[in-house]
Design a protein around this ligand. Structure first.
Ligand code: URA
Length: 236
């Protein structure tokens, strides 16, 4: 159940005072009945709400994929740097946030949503959701390095990293799939094997794959299937 004024604000119909005014003027109906009380409560999942006779379709959660460019930070606000949310300024949805972090210099797939449960499931260390990165390195990637990454390396945490998957693409380029998300993990893993990351891009997270049609800094709404598949990823 939700208050009518709160519902209209969440649907971005107007500010709290604007929507209260609309309600007072009799411009809002719930299930075909004009409601003039801002604190009127109803079930937002089943009710038909109209404003000036136009039906408002109810959407609580929003899901976007962003192709994050380098130079922006994975935060909701920042005093110095541009944030990923600055790139989604015009996107509908309240309380959006990035699911996890990419470093300022990392590019690629970032899921942005206001669905806390999905975010929690994807980030939970217990769930081991795969994340795949395109990694360009300063030095040649040797077989020894690949084997070490596949087995787990010491990045100064309590335990060595979980086994990763490595696909060698070029002499100095790999696709690396990890199941954890420790701070600077990929950079620390490459350092642990005596190499260095010079370029990093996330290609996928769980079932969600970066849409290569998105230029850096562009975003799009996830399809229903993408959202459903993500929700199925590693459910408890
Ligand atoms: N690992 C890193 O080192 N940086 C990222 O941005 C993501 C994974």
């Amino acid at each position: 159940m939700i208050r009518l004024d709160k519902f209209l604000c969440e649907m971005e119909i107007g500010t709290r005072s604007q929507v209260k005014e609309m309600i007072k003027k009799g411009q809002v109906s719930v299930n075909n009945e004009v409601i003039k009380k801002a604190d009127y409560k109803f079930d937002e999942n089943s009710a038909k709400v109209c404003v000036k006779e136009k039906e408002i379709s109810y959407q609580k959660f929003y899901y976007y994929m962003l192709n994050k460019p380098a130079g922006v930070v994975s935060a909701t606000t920042d005093n110095h740097d541009k944030t990923v949310l600055d790139l989604l300024k015009d996107a509908p949805g309240k309380d959006l946030f990035p699911v996890g972090r990419l470093d300022k210099d990392t590019e690629g797939l970032l899921l942005i949503t206001n669905d806390g449960v999905l975010s929690h499931n994807l980030l939970s260390p217990k769930k081991h959701v795969d994340k795949t990165y395109l990694v360009k390195t300063a030095e040649t990637v040797t077989l020894d390095m690949i084997h070490a990454l596949e087995q787990g390396v010491d990045i100064g945490e309590e335990k060595i990293t979980l086994p990763a998957k490595v696909k060698l693409l070029e002499e100095k380029e790999i696709e690396l799939t990890i199941m954890e998300g420790k701070f600077h993990q990929v950079k620390r893993m490459l350092k642990a094997v005596g190499n260095e990351v010079v370029y990093l891009k996330r290609l996928s997270m769980g079932s969600l794959i970066l849409d290569e049609a998105l230029n850096l800094g562009e975003y799009r709404i996830l399809t229903e299937k993408e959202v459903d598949d993500l929700k199925k990823d590693k459910q408890e």
